[in-house]
Ligand binder design. Structure first.
Ligand code: HXC
Length: 269
C-alpha cells in the first residue's frame, strides 16, 4: 500500500532495528528506508540478516546488517558501535526482537520464562543502555542543532488483560512498557530522547499469528469481536514512521495500540 507520508520525512536519519530482518521488524526497516532513513538490521541468524540487507539494497535503501543476540551485552555494544562506524551516527533504535511460544504455566520451566524475559525485556534495556551515548543530544555524530534520538519498543496487548499460554510474554511485554515510560521520563528530561512503543494486534503473515492464534483467528472470531480483523505489517510500520518522524515530536512515553480495537472487544451480549 502506498504510504500516506512524504518520502523524505526520515531523510538523513540512521535507524538500527533489532529483529529488523524478519516479520514486523523487517517491514519497519523497509518503510523507514522508503522514507529516507539508512538502515542497520540486527538479528541472530546471519543468513536472514544478509537476505534482508540485500532486499533493502535492491530498493535503493542504504543498508547494513550485523548478526547478534540482544541477550549478549557485548553483541549489543558491538552492533551499535558498528552501526555508528558505518553510517556516522545513530538516530533511531527500534527494539523489535522477541521470543515466543505457547505453553501453560505449569509446563513452562523457569528457564523458559527467563529466556523470553531475557530477549524481550532485558534485551530491550540492554540495547537502550548501550545506545544512550549515541542517541543523546550532542552525542557522537549528532550535529549541535539535532535533538536527541528516538527509541521505539515493540510490545503487545497480551498483558492488558490476561492471555492463555502467554504468561512469560505478557510479563516480558509489561516490563517493556515500563521501560518505555521510565526512559521517556528520564531520558526525555535529561537527553531530549523520545521513547515510545507500539503494541500490535494480530498481524497477518507473522510468526506471532502463525504460532499463537490460527485456530481462533480462522474460526469466527470476527463474530464475537466486532472490530476484529487481521492487521498488516504495513499498519505497524507506518505507525512507526509516524512516531519516528517530526509528526510525533510531542509524543513521548506512550505505547500506541495498533490492533483495530481488538484488545478491548469482547462477546456481543
Ligand atoms: C516450552 C520452551 C519452548 C516451548 C523453548 N522453551 N521453547 N518451553 N515450550 N515451545 C524453553 C526451553 O525448554 C528452555 O528451558 C528455554 O525455553 C530456552 O530454550 P532454548 O531453545 O534453549 O532457547 P533459544 O534457542 O534461545 O530460543 C528461544 C526461543 C526463540 C524463545 C524459543 O528461539 C524463539 O521463540 N524464537 C522465535 C521468535 C519468534 O517467534 N518471534 C516472534 C515473536 S511474536 P529449559 O528449562 O528446558 O532449559 C511476538 C508476538 C507477541 O512476540 C504478541 C502476540 C499477539
Amino acid at each position: 500500500m502506498e504510504s500516506p507520508f512524504k518520502p523524505e520525512i526520515l531523510k538523513g536519519k540512521v535507524a538500527l532495528l533489532t529483529g529488523g530482518a524478519s516479520g514486523i521488524g523487517f517491514e519497519i526497516s523497509t518503510q523507514f528506508g522508503k522514507h529516507g532513513a539508512s538502515i542497520a538490521v540486527m538479528g541472530r541468524r546471519k543468513t536472514v540478516v544478509d537476505s534482508a540487507v540485500s532486499s533493502l539494497q535492491s530498493l535503493g535503501i542504504p543498508a547494513v546488517g550485523f548478526a547478534g543476540d540482544v541477550r549478549k551485552q557485548e553483541d549489543a555494544k558491538r552492533v551499535i558501535e558498528s552501526t555508528v562506524k558505518h553510517f556516522g551516527k545513530l538516530d533511531i533504535l527500534v527494539n523489535s526482537a522477541a521470543g515466543n511460544f505457547l505453553v501453560s504455566p505449569e509446563d513452562l520451566s523457569p528457564n523458559g520464562f527467563k529466556t523470553v524475559m531475557d530477549i524481550d525485556s532485558v534485551g530491550t534495556f540492554t540495547m537502550c543502555h548501550e545506545a544512550i551515548n549515541y542517541l543523546k543530544k550532542g552525542g557522537p555524530g549528532r550535529s549541535s542543532d539535532d535533538s536527541g534520538g528516538i527509541i521505539l519498543n515493540i510490545s503487545a496487548t497480551l498483558h492488558y488483560t490476561a492471555t492463555w499460554y502467554q504468561i512469560h510474554v505478557a510479563a516480558a511485554k509489561a516490563a517493556v512498557d515500563a521501560i518505555t515510560r521510565n526512559l521517556a521520563l528520564e531520558w526525555g528530561t535529561d537527553y531530549d530522547i523520545r521513547v515510545n512503543g507500539i503494541a500490535p494486534g494480530p498481524i497477518g503473515d507473522t510468526a506471532g499469528v502463525r504460532k499463537l492464534g490460527p485456530a481462533e483467528i480462522k474460526s469466527g472470531t470476527r463474530e464475537i469481536m466486532p472490530l476484529f480483523k487481521l492487521g498488516e505489517k504495513w499498519d505497524i510500520a507506518v505507525a512507526a514512521v509516524y512516531l519516528a518522524s517530526d509528526a510525533g515530536k510531542f509524543v513521548n512515553g506512550t505505547t500506541l495500540v495498533v490492533d483495530g480495537g481488538q484488545w478491548l472487544s469482547g462477546p456481543r451480549h
